[in-house]
Design a protein around this ligand. Structure first.
Ligand SMILES: [Mg+2]
Length: 215
């Protein structure tokens, strides 16, 4: 089985680090304050979000200038919140690793360098060897498909776990089982209404999580 995790709202609570870093990088590069204020980033991909902000500001989208500034800001902002690992995540990751028969990866809208920074901050780097990332496309379905391709296990079942409606929709589009967790920005009822196979309140009940994943 392939198990694909979202990061923000699922593995970690970034405590606003993403929004603060977006604001910091557009301010540093273009002198524009509050660029990300009012933007709903949950479930979006960086390949969608950053160009949308640039468009709203009326500036060209220049990833080679913006992404390095964003990553510098993120390194400062993660400990400032501080971002925190969500309850139950280390135990669930350890339980999945102990099975030895799973391909455990990421499906995250973060660009790869930001995803790696967040996992390192949370002490989770060893648990996720591959994934789909923000660079894989503006649509979350793009990065879920990319993650499945990189797992290189054709024909095996896939389960996607995330906190946002877009995680559920992307799982559906990829023919994957959709497990939602209500530790992000979206209430349980909203996730249930989208047709998630299971909605978990959080990831603290490791045996219950394994059952929800179909294991
Ligand atoms: Mg999320």
């Amino acid at each position: 089985m392939i198990v694909l995790f979202d990061i923000d709202g699922t593995l970690i609570d970034p405590r606003g680090a993403g929004t603060r870093s977006l604001n910091a990088c557009f301010h540093q590069v273009y002198g524009r304050a509050g660029a990300a204020d009012g933007i709903m980033a949950s479930g979006q991909t960086d390949a969608f979000l950053f160009p949308a902000i640039a468009d709203r500001l009326g500036i060209p989208w220049e990833p080679d200038r913006v992404y390095p500034a964003y990553l510098s800001a993120l390194a400062e902002e993660l400990p400032r919140g501080p971002a925190r690992i969500l309850p139950g995540v280390p135990a669930l990751c350890a339980a999945l690793a102990a099975r030895g028969d799973l391909a455990v990866g990421l499906q995250t809208g973060n660009i790869r360098a930001a995803a790696e920074m967040k996992l390192a901050y949370a002490g989770l780097s060893d648990h996720f060897r591959f994934g789909g990332f923000g660079e894989d496309g503006p649509d979350r379905g793009d990065l879920v498909r990319a993650a499945i391709a990189r797992a290189a296990r054709p024909g095996v079942p896939v389960v996607v776990i995330g906190d946002a409606p877009n995680d559920v929709l992307a799982a559906r589009a990829a023919g994957a089982r959709a497990v939602a967790v209500a530790t992000g920005w979206h209430p349980r009822a909203e996730l249930e209404a989208l047709g998630a196979d299971v909605v978990l309140p959080d990831l603290t009940d490791t045996p219950g999580c394994l059952r929800a994943l179909g294991l």
